[in-house]
Design a protein around this ligand. Structure first.
Ligand code: SAM
Ligand code: SF4
Length: 346
């Protein structure tokens, strides 16, 4: 089982971002951190994990580095007995709030992996994206995390823009990191970027060039994830593990149901135990398993496919678009995962 905690506070809103995060609600932080402990206790009853069985805990956002370490303490105290001894514990952080003091505090709580939102090392690109940090702050954040002994360091990069990615990757490769998550810029509705098509380059030529360069150093184990160390949390999602979702805008998943707490911070604080329940049908679960398996090195077990789907995958194997090993189907070009999934399920 996995656990995700969402921290919906940010120092500023990046122009492209549609995630559930707020820049003007810092006064609610204390109440929010209290509310998440109430929801955690409740979800532990629902999911009923055994002691020592949660293999990964991921704190994402928003910007988790806007919250002081001592404010996470109560949450960690409740969670501790349920965590595996060597659980992966990741926190996302933004370069302008990743101070040495914050990092040390988080490490003391048990953090052993950090994901730093660099996005780019190019000052002009950072400004265009609406990021509120500099190239040097990003480099320093990585170096600080390394200097205090956090072994697993990942950075996020945004590509598929009109800017060159070579220099971003050259700088990334010179840093003590063992993972890169890189996302093609998407123009999300209701963001200042929605109509900025001149800023985007989503050609397959650029994507392939980017992937070729990243994979010269790191293994690609999912469409957007590359690493010497492969995140257990990410792999758990793609394998279809159950996950507890805590916080405003988080999502939980258990067997054939999804749980959605309130997205709005005030509503969440008022009723942290409230969740909307979504039933997931067998065919939806099947589609998800195929889609996630083909986007990653996890692959798809043949046993979950219908007879009709098996016939289609046989055709894809013949066309060398899929391979099959030990009754598991693998896709070697993750960029084609959407297309292949659509063909299999239609
Ligand atoms: C929700 S953010 C949280 C991390 C952290 N707040 C930060 O921005 O550095 C997770 C990652 O999603 C990516 N992201 C968010 N919106 C995106 C978009 N519209 N297109 C591509 N990537 C996006 C960014 O790379 C970001 O680091
Ligand atoms: S990209 Fe990260 S820092 Fe920027 S607004 Fe979104 S969550 Fe906040």
């Amino acid at each position: 089982m996995l656990l995700y905690l969402h921290i919906p506070f940010c120092n500023s809103k990046c122009y492209y971002c549609a995630f559930n995060s707020y820049i003007n609600k810092f006064s609610k932080q204390k109440e929010y951190m209290e509310a998440i402990t109430l929801q955690l206790k409740n979800e532990l009853k629902r999911f009923n994990p055994k002691y020592g069985s949660i293999k990964s805990f991921f704190i994402g956002g928003g910007t988790p580095s806007t919250i002081k370490p001592h404010m996470y303490k109560k949450f960690f105290d409740i969670l501790e007995p349920y965590l595996q001894k060597n659980a992966e514990i990741t926190v996302e952080a933004n370069p302008n709030s990743t101070s040495l003091k914050w990092l040390k505090g988080m490490k003391k709580l048990g953090i052993n992996r950090i994901s730093i939102g660099v996005q780019s090392f190019d000052e002009i690109k950072l400004k265009k994206l609406g990021r509120n940090h500099t190239k040097n702050q990003a480099i320093e954040a990585v170096q600080n995390a390394h200097s205090i002994g956090i072994k697993n360091i990942s950075i996020d990069l945004i590509y598929a823009t009109s800017f060159d990615v070579n220099s971003d990757l050259d700088i990334a490769f010179s840093l003590p990191i063992n993972h890169i998550s890189s996302y093609a810029l998407t123009l999300e509705k209701n963001t200042p970027f929605f109509k900025k098509i001149e800023f985007i380059d989503n050609s397959s030529k650029l994507a392939n060039k980017f992937i070729k360069k990243v994979t010269s150093k790191f293994n690609q184990y999912e469409i957007s994830n590359f690493g010497e160390y492969q995140s257990r949390h990410n792999l758990g999602y793609w394998r279809g593990d159950n996950y507890i979702g805590i916080g405003a805008g988080a999502v939980g998943f258990l067997k054939n149901e999804r749980y959605y707490p309130y997205k709005n911070i005030e509503k969440y604080i008022d009723k942290p135990l409230h969740v909307e329940v979504e039933k997931i049908s067998k065919s939806e679960l099947n589609t998800e398993k195929i889609f996630l398996g083909l986007r990653s090195k996890v692959g798809v077990k043949k046993s979950i496919l219908t007879t009709k789907q098996k016939l289609k995958t046989d055709i894809l194997i013949n066309e060398k678009k899929l391979t099959c090993k030990n009754e598991i189907l693998y896709n070697s070009n993750f960029l084609l995962a959407d297309e292949i999934t659509l063909y299999i399920i239609s």
